[in-house]
Design a protein around this ligand. Structure first.
Ligand code: KIV
Length: 275
């Protein structure tokens, strides 16, 4: 059965942990969805792991629509959330609603995600009022990397922790159906989780969040530019891929591939007539 924002709400009420992973293409989305995940995020982390940028700043609406639509075709049962890229919602409420609408109509998202707290509450309200579910994102918000001065844990001082708690309440009030907490001390994430009626989805935010999300390349060992402390690797697919690529190269070079069974037959008389 198709999972919806109502599934997320019910999971919090039932104390059932929510599971999310990123995906950026049809085949991976089908695999993740088939494994029984609750939600896929088409994250703007695609700038890092799919497009090779050093941050998410250059990711465009076209990138998100292109990858989002592919994921939506592959994900039959889970909730598909597409990230709003940098500067697609910050400038004005009208632009935020317009771009969220494009992610729904052209990307076939079930919900959108955007980064920030009180500063984007008006956008969250307007998008939600337009009938588009919004997932908020607090803590380390990578689109603000230049303002943060690096990928650092957020909410560690009393003032920063208070602001994060306040922002969480503001985004809930503005209508967000869930909130991602990224790189937030575990005890603070637990407090936020307790104080909200919407689910928190943690990434580097400890085990007391209502759910967890990871970038799938991190979980599978497919991205080696950097690996955050909060990642657990469940497989070494990157190494397995490299070994397979090496074996293919060696087979082609030695003539072991393709073998006769990989070719197509033609009647001998046809070939003879060509001489
Ligand atoms: O872009 C992304 O993948 C994200 C997750 C890390 C939460 O925002």
């Amino acid at each position: 059965m198709k999972k919806t924002t109502a599934t997320f709400k019910q999971a919090k009420a039932d104390g059932k942990k929510l599971t999310m992973l990123t995906a950026y293409d049809y085949s991976t989305a089908a695999l993740v969805d088939g494994a029984g995940i609750d939600g896929i995020l088409v994250g703007d982390s695609l700038g890092n792991v799919m497009l090779g940028y050093e941050d998410t700043i250059s990711v465009t609406m076209e990138d998100m629509i292109h990858h989002g639509a592919a994921v939506a075709r592959g994900a039959k049962d889970c909730l598909v959330v597409i990230d709003m890229p940098f500067m697609s919602y910050q400038e004005s409420i009208e632009e935020a609603v317009h771009n969220a609408g494009r992610l729904m109509k052209e990307g076939r998202a079930n919900a959108v995600k955007l980064e920030g707290g009180a500063s984007v509450a008006a956008q969250i309200k307007a998008i939600t009022d337009a009938g588009i579910p919004v997932m908020a994102h607090l803590g380390l918000t990578p689109q603000s990397i230049n303002a943060f001065g690096g990928y650092k844990v957020q909410g560690k001082t009393e003032a920063a922790a208070k602001k994060l708690l306040e922002d969480a309440k503001v985004v809930e009030e503005a209508g967000a159906f869930a909130v991602v907490l990224e790189c937030v001390p575990s005890a603070l994430a637990a407090m936020v989780t307790k104080s909200l009626s919407i689910p928190t989805i943690g990434i580097g935010a400890g085990s007391d969040c209502d759910g967890q999300i990871l970038v799938y390349q991190d979980l599978l060992g497919m991205f080696s530019d950097f690996t955050p402390k909060f990642v657990r690797r469940y497989a070494e697919i990157g190494a397995a891929m490299k070994d397979a690529f090496k074996a293919y190269i060696a087979d082609v070079q030695s003539g072991a591939f393709p073998a006769p069974e990989h070719g197509y037959k033609i009647a001998d008389e046809v070939i003879e007539k060509l001489y």
